[in-house]
Design a protein around this ligand. Structure first.
Ligand code: CUA
Length: 149
């Protein structure tokens, strides 16, 4: 191995370390939440909104043909402004895509798996929840609402 090759390899290794540290920094330092597919919540069959404390919620959002079940069949929920919601998503039938407008929440609802992301709803308003994965004849009408007041 000549000097140029060694230098090249060393530079490549240094760059790898730099990129890896940047990913760790983004996750820990900047607290950028990365959507995850977690396994400690079993796929559920019904939507449920659980209040843990003031402005602290856990939402089990069930996607199915062709509606979003937020809480025992309800297609919308109301929460106070400033609420932090741990949102778990699954599907009862086919693959759906869940996007909450005005947030960066965008997760696939896949039968048998549970997706997760935490969202803070700072501003009052109506946040439309839409399906962005074609799921059949009712796809275009598949939507729900999170009303923040
Ligand atoms: Cu559900 Cu499209």
């Amino acid at each position: 191995m000549d000097r140029a090759e060694k230098l090249g390899l060393t530079m490549a290794l240094i760059l790898l370390l730099v990129f890896f540290s940047l990913i760790v920094y983004a996750a820990k330092g900047l607290k950028i939440d990365i959507p995850t597919c977690i396994t400690d919540v079993e796929p559920f069959k019904e939507g449920k909104l659980i209040k843990h404390a003031d402005k602290r919620y856990e939402l089990h959002l069930l996607a199915r043909m062709w509606l979003f079940d937020f809480d025992k069949g309800a297609t919308q929920i109301k929460i106070p402004a400033g609420s932090v919601v741990d949102i778990y998503v699954t599907s009862r039938d086919v693959v759906h895509g869940v996007h909450i407008n005005d947030t960066n929440f965008n997760i696939m609802a896949i039968p048998g798996t549970v997706g997760y992301m935490r969202v803070k709803f700072k501003k009052p308003g109506t946040y439309h929840v839409v399906c962005h994965e074609f799921c059949g004849v009712g796809h275009h009408a598949m939507e729900g609402k999170i009303i923040v007041e």
